[in-house]
Design a protein around this ligand. Structure first.
Ligand code: PMP
Length: 453
């Protein structure tokens, strides 16, 4: 029977957790801090639970250098998919309220009915949800927006499939992005702000990652509210949080166990600076009203404890992030190791172009999910590859069911010293007990020998 130390798991998520965190978790589940009860058995409103939450937030803020005066960090249970809906509900509600305030001010002397009609007409003419569709997850998010709002409100800024024969393989040139916005006489012919501009920073299924914050979104900044899904590259590289209105991601890939989602939201989108249009007004306008458990303002007001938060999952995420803080201080160290692992693996794939074809274009290659085909998608060869890999304890390499092929999800979580498995990385002196540089090296050796065979 294989033990943890016998295998390396490269699945996209849920993904390996550091063994010492799991060992501590086993103790915490039985008897947390010598209290006589386990962490999953105590109230989410107890002082101990509050400390778990505060510590996890602090570690996240340190790692990503989040300016906490201006950003709120929320923990909730929506999953990444739940945030596809939450983004729409919250951001549209905020946009409508801003528009309502504007109409109220500008047409103060008009009747209530006339003001309502003006607002309704502004919603119909100008409300726009901008989506950069660069892979399966941003596509899903845009489809959810269309389901909730109607597709007439969803504006596709770019869609990689238009240039890649229906596949997601690259990020379209920014010059081709449809970022223009309708102007309004009512607003002195100024471009009307979209409710938000959405991107998925790393497309887990397709292996496509934005190399950094898109320049086109900076130059078109004029109150553009950028929302990013970082579910699969969270805490893997430095991020200038200030460029985003909202960043979200599920914890289960890079941070912790399945069960919690983290949302980093700019405070000026929350009360007292901003609020969402009332549910009565939204209904009257024919727009969706979201469930309260996805309402960021409510969650922020209740310190992420509006309803029962799985504190055990917050604790695991906190432990993983605190280990990274104690090892590196900031995210720079983790970023360097992630980059090294990706460079090593892409290096060996590029060395054997007859055997391996990396699916995404070079400029959009993900550091987190390396998607490839063997011999142009020869399924027998891919099956053989997966069989041999499994024999060597290299698991979780099958591509997503929607695209097939092979996927190496190589950049998970922690590099910690004192690895309980004794998997020290002899080159760097740093041990990594999630997906280590050692694991990447073992896989690289296998890739090399499989190509030669
Ligand atoms: N966004 C991305 C980039 C993902 O990779 C995933 C899950 N693989 C999701 C969203 C959906 O997350 P969840 O399963 O937590 O709803």
């Amino acid at each position: 029977m294989p033990q943890r130390e016998d295998v390396h798991y490269f699945g996209a998520g849920p993904a390996p957790l550091p063994t010492p965190v799991l060992q501590d978790a086993a103790k915490a589940l039985l008897n947390y801090n010598d209290m006589g009860i386990g962490i999953a058995e105590m109230s989410h409103r107890s002082p101990d639970a509050n400390k778990v939450l505060a510590d996890a937030k602090a570690a996240m803020a340190t790692l990503l250098d989040i300016p906490t005066d201006d950003y709120e960090i929320l923990f909730l249970q929506s999953g990444g998919s739940g945030e596809f809906s939450a983004v729409v509900y919250n951001m549209v509600g905020i946009w409508v309220e801003r528009m309502r305030e504007f109409v109220e001010k500008k047409h103060a002397s008009a009747s209530e009915e006339e003001r309502f009609q003006r607002l309704k007409s502004a919603v119909e003419k100008y409300l726009r949800l901008d989506y950069l569709v660069t892979g399966s997850w941003s596509l899903k998010a845009s489809q959810e927006a269309a389901r909730l709002m109607g597709k007439e409100y969803v504006h596709v800024v770019c869609d990689s499939r238009e240039q890649d024969s229906g596949k997601f393989r690259s990020i379209p040139d920014e010059k081709t992005w449809r970022l223009d916005r309708p102007t309004s006489e009512d607003f002195g012919d100024l471009p009307m702000p979209s409710a938000f501009t959405y991107l998925c920073d790393n497309e887990t299924v397709d292996g496509v990652e934005f190399p950094g914050f898109p320049a086109a979104l900076e130059s078109a900044a004029h109150d553009r509210l950028v929302v990013a899904d970082m579910s699969s590259n969270f805490i893997s590289r430095k991020v200038d949080v200030r460029k985003y209105a909202v960043i979200f991601g599920g914890a289960q890939k890079n941070i912790g166990t399945t069960g919690i989602t983290i949302v980093i939201v700019r405070k000026n989108l929350l009360p007292p600076h901003a609020s969402m249009a009332s549910s009565v007004l939204m209904r009257k306008l024919g727009l969706s009203v979201g469930p309260i458990v996805l309402d960021w303002a409510t969650i922020a007001k209740n310190n992420s404890l509006y309803n029962t938060l799985p504190i055990f999952d917050v604790w695991v995420a906190g432990q993983v992030m605190q280990r990274l803080v104690s090892l590196h201080g900031t995210i720079a160290g983790q970023e360097a190791v992630s980059d090294d692992k990706a460079a090593l693996l892409y290096g060996v794939l590029d060395k054997h172009p007859d055997a391996y074809q990396v699916v995404p274009s070079r400029s959009a290659r993900s550091r987190m999910n390396i998607c490839l085909r063997i011999k142009q998608g020869d399924e027998a060869a891919e099956k053989k590859f997966l069989g041999e890999a499994t024999g060597l304890g290299l698991l979780g390499l099958k591509g997503h069911r929607s695209v097939g092929g092979i996927r190496i999800s190589n950049c998970k979580r922690c590099n910690v010293t004192g690895d309980a498995r004794g998997h020290g990385d002899t080159d760097t002196g740093v041990a990594d007990n999630a997906v280590s540089l050692d694991a990447a090296k073992k896989l690289a050796r296998f890739l090399d020998s499989f190509a030669q065979s």
